[in-house]
Design a protein around this ligand. Structure first.
Ligand code: ZN
Length: 409
């Protein structure tokens, strides 16, 4: 059997995943292990012979291994051998730059976080980057398999240049414009490891593709929307992240739903973001309260998670505030459906915790306001990666670059 020794092989010559079907099979093994070839074929709807060929390649390249045998079927069929993902095939370091805190973490090929360190950001970007570098080195030092770490993936905020890792507009970090995070981190680290940079929402979309659970199989066209302080988005088209000409694609938050609506930070009016960001849901909740005469909660400030919790307890005011947010969100998805025509739209953010409240309303809007062909051919789901999808995406960025052919990266 051919074995790839990744200790003695140049990184560029890594055996790549050849196509999306390999990624699909690898993902099914990761999700359903232990699993037989026959079960993979059933779940992926790929031909048995195609699955066999792919599995042979994955075994040869050490992505998966065989262990255990299922009892032969009563009618005397061949015994089924079970496949498992080899999580130790490769490791990745992920850095998730947050607004106030950042995370440095190590994961294996399965996306499992093995070690994680939280770093408080500093008002001075240089101090923050030095703290990140120090903790990256700490994780490297303690890692049992340094030589299998394929690189460092860094999730950045705002408008960025992924090639150089520059934050072009980082007002949410309070760092001003054009901060060369990549160059600063490279200098502080002085390591040979490859480094990759990407916007956090785009990474979350990549994470959904690599590590998400999709009942309908591996989607090739996916849109990820994160509802929080604003609306972040990532677009995957034919398995590839879509950046646009200036790395600015996916600003769905500034689709105007009402030109006479409230002013938005972009200069426009009535943008999706103005109606669906957490602040909008909070204001709606307060207004509904004053309208029905209940006293505003003085002193302790309500946050979005409170409204979600109250909504889940069927507090009518909270349910209505969330439902109205979902109405706008549904309308905001209409241009996404018509322009991108994705198989899957993944929603994330605090309000998606109240899925039972927001999903029926989104569904209602799409069913009544969108041509049936479009509304019936898309799955709207909530993220299956509840915890830090952009960090998981930072791992995926490294692993995808290391193992995927040009078609996947
Ligand atoms: Zn706007």
């Amino acid at each position: 059997m051919k074995k790839i020794d990744i200790h003695n092989t140049d990184r560029a010559t890594h055996q790549a995943l050849r196509d999306l079907n390999e990624l699909l099979v690898l993902n099914i093994v990761r999700e359903c292990q232990p699993i037989s070839r026959i079960d993979i074929a059933q779940r992926t709807r790929l031909e048995g012979s195609t699955v066999s060929k792919i599995v042979t390649r994955l075994l040869a390249d050490d992505f998966v291994y065989e262990e255990g045998v299922a009892a032969a079927s009563p009618n005397g069929g061949r015994k089924k051998r079970f496949l498992h993902l080899n999580p130790n095939k490769a490791f990745a370091i992920g850095v998730d730059l947050g607004q106030r805190q950042s995370t440095v973490a190590l994961s294996d090929l399965s996306g499992r976080i093995l070690r994680s360190i939280t770093v408080e950001n500093d008002a001075d970007p240089r101090q923050t980057i030095e703290a990140l570098a120090k903790n990256i080195k700490k994780i490297l030092q303690s890692s049992p398999s340094k030589e299998r770490i394929e690189g460092i993936g860094v999730s950045l905020i705002g408008l960025i240049d992924p090639l150089e890792g520059r934050v072009l507009a980082g007002e949410s970090l309070g760092w001003g414009d054009d901060v060369p995070v990549g160059a600063m981190l490279r200098e502080a680290l002085n390591l040979q490891l490859p480094m990759y940079f990407e916007n956090g929402s785009r990474l979350a979309a990549l994470a959904e593709l690599w590590f998400g659970t999709h009942s309908m199989g591996q989607p090739q066209n996916l849109v990820f929307l994160d509802i929080g302080q604003g609306v972040g988005a990532g677009i995957v088209i034919r398995g590839q992240m879509y950046h646009g000409s200036m790395h600015g694609a996916g600003e769905f938050g500034h689709i105007s739903l009402d030109p006479k609506g409230p002013a938005c930070s972009c200069g426009g009016h009535g943008c999706l973001e103005v109606f669906t960001a957490n602040q909008a849901t909070l204001e709606r909740y307060r207004k509904l309260g004053s309208a029905n005469g209940s006293a505003p909660t003085a002193g302790n400030e309500i946050v979005i998670t409170d409204i979600v919790a109250r909504g889940l307890q069927r507090d009518p005011q909270a349910v209505e505030a969330l439902r109205q947010t979902a109405t706008y969100l549904g309308r905001g998805l209409i241009p996404v459906l018509y322009s991108i025509n994705p198989e899957v739209i993944v929603l994330a953010g605090a309000i998606t915790e109240a899925w039972d409240i927001i999903y029926p309303e989104i569904h209602r809007v799409l069913a009544s306001e969108v041509t049936r062909f479009y509304s019936s051919h898309v799955s709207i789901i909530r993220s299956t990666l509840n915890d830090k999808p952009s960090l998981i995406g930072a791992f995926a960025l490294v692993l995808a670059r290391a193992f995927s052919g040009s078609g996947l990266g």
